[in-house]
Each structure stands twice: as C-alpha cells, then as structure tokens.
Design a protein around this ligand. Structure first.
Ligand code: GLY
Length: 388
C-alpha cells in the first residue's frame, strides 16, 4: 500500500474531495491504471479521459436503466472535451444480458458503428455491463482500450477493478471470460444515490470482505461506519470505496491472473455464495452480494467449527451483517438440501480435483486458502445454518 489506508483513530474518515488509487501491474510494458474516486468524476469524465488517454472516438456500453440516468450527461461531457461519439449500445438490465448472444450483438454493433483499434469502449453501469463490455473490449480487433464507469457499489469496489471480464453460460457464472485490464476507472460516488438500499447493502458486503480477509482495523471501521455509509454519508462512501480499491489493487498487482493464490482470497464467501445463487436460480430473490454475505458468515462458522478461528470472530461477522439488514442464512422460503448445495459448491470453478478448496480464516483479517476441506464439515455447517 502506498498511502496510509486507515487513520490512527479508526473512527475517523480523512477528508479529501477526490482520491486516486493506482493499480500497478508488472510486465515489460507499463499497464498500470488509475481509479479516480470522487463526487464530480462524471462531470469531469471527458477531460479526465482526454488528459490520460488522449482525444478519442468513444463507444458507450450501458444498460437501458443506467443509460436513462447518466448516458446523456456522460455523452455531453465527452463531446464537450472533444471526443467523437459512436452510437451507444444499451443492454437490457439484469444478469440475463450477461450471455453470448448479447456479447455477439454488442460486438456486431461496435463493428457496424465503425470501431477501430483506437476506439475507446466505455462501460457505464454495474457489474453486468462492466464484465460484458470488458470482454467485448478484449475481443474486438484483438483488443481495444476500455474505461470503466461503475455506477453500483458492487462494481465500484470489486468488479470494475482488476480486469476480470466474463459472461455466464449454462455451465455457470463467468465461465467464458478473459483477464483484460481497463485503461482507467472513473468512479463517481454520487451515482450511489440512485441505488435501492438493497443494492447498497449487497455492495457493502464486498467492502466488508476486504476487512475480513486481510485487515481487521478496516473491519472495525466498518462496524462503526457501515450504517453511516448505507445512509448516504459521502465521506464514509469515498473512504470505503478508496480503501476497498486499494486493497484490491494490491492483490491484483501481486496475482493478476489468480495463479499464485493471493487473488483467490478475494473469493472469501464466494464458493458458498455461488452455490446459493445457483440453487435459488438467479431469480433475483438473492443478490450476489447478499449470497456472498451469507457465504462469509458460513466460511467463518466453518473455520470456527474446524478449530481454526475463534468462535467469537464468527459471531462478530454474523452480528455485523445482521445489524445492517443483510441476510446471514439462506432464504427461509427456499428449501435446499445440504447435499444439493455441496454438489453446487463442487461445480464452482474454484473446486479442484473433486476436493473442496475454500477460503477460510484464522480470525478476522486472516483469511487463507484451504485445500481439501472435509465435505462432512461443510455439510454440517449448511445443515446447522438452514436450521437457523
Ligand atoms: N471478484 C474477485 C476478483 O476480482 O478476483
């Protein structure tokens, strides 16, 4: 970390109007990029792009709901800064757009609009838009530059940073994708004002994840400030988004392609969570961040059960999510068997050679990758959770 992530007094939020987090990527050619976080970033997007990436032909990819809120504004500031705009591509909102036919349509649209290798793709929206647009950028003309403009909390603290792109197939989420880094991430926290509280909470779970996996003081900060952040406090939002991005930037710089294990820690709660999402059937009754919150509670409960982590830490994780209205157990209206969920965990792409590889914890802020976790213990934790 290049700058102090946390104040000496964990209760404080240092103030500054704009924060820049750098993602430094190793390699022969410099591939690092900035994440600019602030409250006027959307208004300045045209000049920020011009100053860093030059005057460009730009093609905005968004979904129709986000486009209604922000497309005209973004297009206007891009034009005012001298960029040329190609006709935009708007997806239908929702996870169902994250599939191969939509990807093909977007690519076809971009080529028809006259995209060339210098054209900048701009992803304006949440995780679905960002993942699909990033994949399109990595494929079009064997790779065109792209900028992420994340408008959801989940995208701002996770999916827009780090270069994972992807679409879903019948074999699972993100089963087709690439690692392809953006050239710039422009994060305007004022876009969070348009998010329903449930979406805010779901994104917030991914913020807490960084504290749980590697930074106990940040978890303490979340305990004190989480409610404030969800109520819309700007300083708390900026501080949390910048802190989360700093954490992620450090991990991505260390293990860009998830090959050494460092990046795999970002999957804390995800193998449990993905199984739940798959069991529910992606019907919208469980948001990704909600499933991950439940998954993190279960990962800590399992760690405590295995004698790896103090039981009190598992209780604190559960209590924090519960206090903010996040779910900590599967929806009561849905009936699953522990066996179904374990089978789905095995289908998760992080399961290797039939054994369950899970991110567990020695305590808050001390996650590690555990290979060969006994399936019986995982089953016991699911069963216990579903009994309430
Ligand atoms: N969302 C996990 C990662 O980017 O690696």
């Amino acid at each position: 970390m290049t700058s102090p992530a946390f104040p000496a007094d964990p209760v404080g939020c240092p103030t500054s109007p704009e924060r820049t987090v750098r993602v430094d990527l190793p390699g022969a050619e410099p591939r690092g990029y900035d994440i600019i976080i602030g409250t006027k970033v959307l208004a300045e997007a045209g000049t920020l792009i011009r100053d860093r990436l030059g005057v460009r032909r730009c093609l905005i990819i968004s979904d129709s709901a986000v486009a209604e809120l922000y497309h005209a504004r973004l297009a206007a500031v891009l034009a005012a800064a001298g960029h040329t705009l190609l006709p935009p591509a708007f997806l239908l909102p929702g996870e169902s757009s994250k599939e191969i036919a939509t990807l093909a349509q977007v690519l076809d649209h971009a080529l028809e609009a006259g995209l060339d290798r210098q054209t900048l793709l701009i992803a304006l929206g949440g995780g679905v838009v960002g993942d699909l647009a990033g994949l399109a950028a990595s494929l079009a003309m064997r790779g065109v530059p792209f900028v992420q403009v994340p408008t959801t909390l989940l995208a701002q603290v996770d999916s827009a940073v780090g270069g994972k792109t992807g679409i879903d197939t019948r074999w699972g989420k993100n089963t087709i994708g690439t690692f392809y880094q953006p050239a710039l991430v422009l994060t305007d926290v004022t876009t969070l004002d348009s998010l329903p509280v449930r979406e805010m909470r779901a994104g917030y779970a991914e913020i807490v994840k960084y504290g749980l996996l590697g930074d106990a003081p940040f978890f303490a900060w979340c305990q004190t400030h989480g409610a404030l952040l969800l109520r819309g406090d700007r300083e708390a939002q900026m501080y949390a988004v910048a802190s989360a991005c700093r954490h992620k930037a450090r991990v991505v710089a260390e293990d860009e392609h998830e090959s050494t294990g460092a990046r795999a820690l970002l999957n804390l709660g995800h193998t449990f969570g993905h199984a739940l999402e798959a069991a529910v059937g992606y019907d919208g009754s469980l948001r990704h961040g909600e499933a991950v919150a439940i998954g993190m509670v279960l990962a800590f409960r399992l760690s405590a059960r295995l004698g790896l982590c103090p039981s009190n830490d598992a209780d604190l994780v559960r209590a924090h999510f519960e206090s903010l209205g996040l779910p900590v157990a599967p929806p009561a209206s849905k009936l699953f068997s522990a066996d179904t969920l374990i089978t789905l965990m095995g289908h998760d792409k992080k399961a290797r050679h039939g054994a369950l590889a899970l991110v567990l914890a020695h305590g808050i802020g001390q996650a590690f990758l555990a290979n060969d976790v006994p399936v019986e213990e995982v089953r016991a934790v699911w069963t216990e959770t579903m009994r309430g």
